[in-house]
Design a protein around this ligand. Structure first.
Ligand SMILES: [Zn+2]
Length: 410
């Protein structure tokens, strides 16, 4: 039997912390239900940090480690009707399904979360929970808040409404990711990269994937649970990965390096375009329906002006989402490529660790012989520098071309 934390793979310490906090929160609720005067010293709606519960949390960890899985599971535990995350009551169920009235989830689909969105959210979060428990606000990718949005959030976290719990997800607590002032008001739950064995186990148990395929996918995904599932299930994802892992043997000259850069960029663009196309079209037609087509009455001119503004706003949002999808796709490719050179490095060092990419291990072994440890390390660093450059807003094509030239020259 698994409770709400069952899918949080390889994060035993974090689960202990969250379970304890959820139990403390459940006791607070029980205190509220008791007759007046029996609730003890603290006010019945106060969140007492000493009891293991507090009103603002940050889940940190590398992509795929389960930040948002942890935040959702914790939200479910807080809304649990029976205890602290039983996994089958309506509170747990609706939270995990994303339909609980008192749990709000912010998933930014552009490169940053704007101030307007944040203000509206904070305002709604201050209302009394409809189920008489907590208002929970989950903010995925809190590192993508704009500065103004961060300030709006900070205000709410500094003076929290009595029944509101904020759960933020970010790669780390570095000031680039989360402002120092927000960080200082939150309890941090660090998640680690889950070991491949634990990822494989959940792919078999939860997703019914064949154990052999799960083993391979978990290793190739380098601890990223969602990526592992995708590789195990989606033939297109496997083809894209194969194309990326073919890069090292294609780098035979300067021209080939530029060709490989173009191919990588274009593949990321195509993957991104496919992933956002459906949502873009649905939003456009929904807006057109909402605006009504071709009015001729007295208000029509004004309505048209308003419509043009809304359409422009939508296009802007969609462009931002497309950019982010491209970067994410490119980043996945770079992580695969880094895994290849890491394999070459560990083989050159004769380190007793399993390869990331079992299917290109022979090729990585040949690279290890040719490049030795130093050359393998330089190549691995070239890939990591490319990721960092794109993260720092260098134009992707320029960063990828520089990387390919380094990989070729060594
Ligand atoms: Zn429950």
């Amino acid at each position: 039997m698994t409770d709400v934390f069952g899918d949080l793979v390889g994060q035993d310490e974090a689960v202990v912390t969250l379970r304890r906090a959820a139990s403390a929160a459940a006791l607070l609720r029980a205190g509220e239900a008791a007759p007046a005067g029996d609730a003890g010293g603290a006010g019945p709606t106060d969140v007492d940090p000493g009891a293991g519960m507090t009103h603002a949390w940050i889940f940190t960890g590398p992509p795929g480690s389960g930040r948002s899985v942890a935040a959702r599971a914790f939200a479910a535990a807080l809304q649990c009707v029976h205890g602290a995350g039983c996994g089958h009551c309506p509170g747990c169920h609706t939270t995990l399904a994303g339909t609980h009235a008192d749990v709000r989830l912010v998933v930014p689909d552009g490169l940053s979360i704007g101030v307007g969105e944040m203000r509206a959210l904070v305002l709604r979060a201050a209302s009394t929970p409809s189920g008489g428990r907590w208002q929970v606000v989950i903010i995925e990718d809190a590192d993508r808040l704009t500065e103004a949005a961060g300030n709006a959030l900070l205000k709410a976290v500094e003076e929290p409404p009595p029944r509101t719990i904020f759960l933020l997800c970010a790669p780390s607590t570095h000031p680039d990711d989360v402002s120092v002032t927000i960080r200082s008001r939150c309890r941090v739950v660090p998640l680690r990269q889950p070991p491949a064995g634990a990822v494989a186990e959940v792919l078999v148990r939860r997703d019914g994937i064949d154990p052999d395929v799960a083993q391979w996918a978990a290793a190739a995904a380098q601890g990223h649970v969602g990526r592992g599932r995708r590789l195990a299930r989606d033939p297109e994802a496997r083809q894209r990965r194969d194309a990326v892992l073919a890069v090292p043997r294609r780098l035979t000259g300067v021209g080939a390096a530029f060709d490989a850069a173009s191919a990588l960029i274009e593949a990321a663009e195509a993957e991104a375009a496919a992933s956002v196309a459906e949502a873009d079209e649905a939003e456009r037609s929904a807006l057109q329906t909402a605006l009504g087509a071709g009015g001729t009455g007295r208000g029509a001119a004004g309505a048209m002006r308003g419509a043009a503004g809304q359409l422009k706003e939508l296009e802007k949002r969609q462009k931002s989402r497309a950019t982010r999808a491209q970067r994410d796709a490119l980043d996945r490719a770079l992580v695969d490529l880094a895994g290849f050179y890491r394999d070459a490095l560990t083989m050159a060092l004769r380190a007793p660790v399993a390869p990331v990419h079992t299917d290109t291990a022979t090729l990585a072994g040949a690279g290890a012989q040719k490049w030795d440890a130093e050359g393998s390390l330089r190549r691995l660093e070239a890939v990591l520098e490319c990721r960092a450059a794109i993260g720092a807003n260098v134009k992707p094509r320029i960063a990828v071309e520089a990387m390919m030239l380094s990989l070729w020259r060594g």
